[in-house]
Design a protein around this ligand. Structure first.
Ligand code: SF4
Length: 495
């Protein structure tokens, strides 16, 4: 029997039941029709159970002691943390083997199925289809090449996890949090882009320009990078403009949800009212998790993902930025080499990274961190701008220079330097420890591979050379452009 008061039927957490139903309705797939079919009373009860199961899992992931308590005395564990959920009923959520068994047998408990449906509706927030549907074919082709390249540079799970978002804005200079593991080496907070009339005008013009250049993709950006969004007291005003101009209320990730609880709640409410269901809080310690769970009801955190960065959670951090420096120091101490198998990036932008304080913009894409790119992303080009016209000139030039749809006659063709090359009678392989790509079944591919390996010829020189040997220009171009699209040809910015 539940000891916790049932939810108020009209108000579920921060917004009304009607608003939540509306938010979810756009995501309802055939198998999740239950969301639509339940009466208000039933839906409110189900929402309550789901959010308590969510909270159970947040605690489970962050806190090894809780895990122990659940295994030894599940009822006591949930009572201690005021969780209105039966641990046995949701066991498949915390015991993956059981989940697999019951799923195969088609015997998942209803609550578990509904938690999964809910999580899915919640996860489908960043819409990569909108990015792929950008009217700017040059940008989408370039992004796709960066995705293909990265898929051979990091483990598959990581490459699938990275969103390759088209644009990101820093609305401060530096970050007040100073996490020791910061993968983008955020400096200390120095300055803020306030919502002054002049800044607001520039901001809106920048958004309009991005909409013109990238179309729907521009709406899939966010407003932080090596910054914490809540360092900016005017953050919400910038997001409202973003929503007004680009039609999307950007997702927020913050490490300071407790700094001003009322502000955080208002931001979450605003996000839900504007149709955004995905926000994230970084949890830096168990103490912060305790306080967060005290300050917010499970329903209020229904649409918030927790990134459990606390040490007890044991989540592997990207070995980039300050974390890479830490790993290097540890390796030196132990007289070992740095563990190369660690994921070397969590940078998630393939596109334009702005800092609005110093009015800078960079074209960036993720890559494993290295001495040259210590923060796990490469910078293809960058500039500063004082007017939107200057920014327009830069964007046009960047798109023209770095984002051709196919190779140009004067492009020098060579393989990426991180690829291992192997020759065969009928072609060649290029590989990394994560992926091998095979170009076989035609002896001319062997010759083509050799020429690209040497790397001293342009596209037109290669097509002429192969013409002499009897291979037509379209055939050679087709092969070269296939390699280009696969991201195996060098595009790294010049040193
Ligand atoms: S990880 Fe995020 S919150 Fe922490 S220092 Fe870096 S930018 Fe700031």
């Amino acid at each position: 029997m539940s000891t916790i008061a049932p939810p108020h039927i009209q108000q579920l957490g921060l917004v009304s039941l009607a608003q939540i139903r509306q938010l979810l309705s756009s995501q309802i797939a055939a198998e999740t029709h239950w969301i639509k079919d339940l009466s208000d009373q039933e839906f409110a009860q189900e929402f309550h159970r789901i959010t308590h199961a969510q909270r159970f899992m947040q605690r489970w992931e962050a806190d090894p002691q809780f895990r122990e308590q659940v295994i030894n005395n599940p009822q006591q564990a949930v009572a201690r943390y005021h969780l209105d959920v039966d641990p046995e009923e949701i066991k498949p959520l915390w015991e993956p083997q059981l989940l697999e068994q019951l799923q195969t047998a088609g015997k998942l408990p209803l609550l578990v199925e509904r938690c999964r449906d809910f999580a899915q509706a919640f996860e489908q927030c960043n819409d990569s289809n909108l990015i792929a549907a950008s009217h700017n074919r040059h940008y989408t082709a370039w992004r796709s090449r960066q995705m293909n390249r990265l898929s051979s540079q990091v483990p598959q799970w990581l490459s699938e996890d990275i969103g390759h978002f088209p644009v990101s804005f820093e609305l401060s200079q530096g970050c007040s949090i100073g996490c020791w593991f910061c993968s983008v080496s955020a400096p200390t907070l120095e300055d803020i882009f306030f919502y002054t009339p002049e800044n607001a005008q520039l901001w809106r013009k920048v958004l309009e320009l991005l909409q013109e250049k990238l179309g729907t993709a521009a709406g899939e950006g966010f407003c932080y990078w090596a910054t914490d969004p809540l360092d900016n007291p005017d953050y919400e005003k910038f997001l409202c403009d973003y929503h007004e101009i680009l039609g999307v209320f950007p997702q927020t990730t913050t490490a300071q949800p407790l700094k001003n609880i009322n502000r955080t709640k208002s931001l979450l409410k605003l996000a839900l009212e504007k149709g955004n269901r995905l926000n994230r809080f970084s949890i830096l310690s168990l103490k912060i998790l305790d306080k967060l769970h005290e300050a917010f009801t499970p329903e209020e955190l229904a649409f918030v993902g927790l990134v459990t960065q606390n040490q007890e959670a044991g989540i592997e951090k990207a070995s980039a930025g300050r974390m890479r420096e830490y790993n290097q120091r540890q390796a030196t101490k132990k007289e070992q080499v740095v563990d190369e198998s660690l994921p070397g990036t969590n940078a998630c932008v393939s596109g334009f990274l702005f800092n609005m304080v110093d009015r800078s913009v960079k074209l960036v894409s993720p890559c494993p961190a290295s001495d040259r790119f210590p923060n796990g992303y490469q910078v293809h080009d960058q500039t500063t701008f004082t007017t939107v016209d200057e920014l327009r000139t830069f964007l046009d030039k960047a798109i023209e220079t770095y984002m051709p749809l196919s190779l140009r006659p004067g492009d020098r063709v060579r393989f990426r330097s991180d690829l291992k090359y192997e020759e065969f009678e009928d072609g060649f392989h290029v590989s990394t420890r994560f992926l091998t790509l095979k170009f076989r079944n035609d002896p001319y591919l062997k010759q083509l591979g050799k020429v690209i390996l040497k790397g001293d010829k342009t596209v037109s020189q290669i097509t002429s050379l192969f013409n002499i040997c009897g291979t037509s220009t379209p055939t050679t171009l087709k092969a070269l452009n296939l390699m280009f699209a696969q991201g195996i040809l060098a595009e790294q910015p010049e040193e």
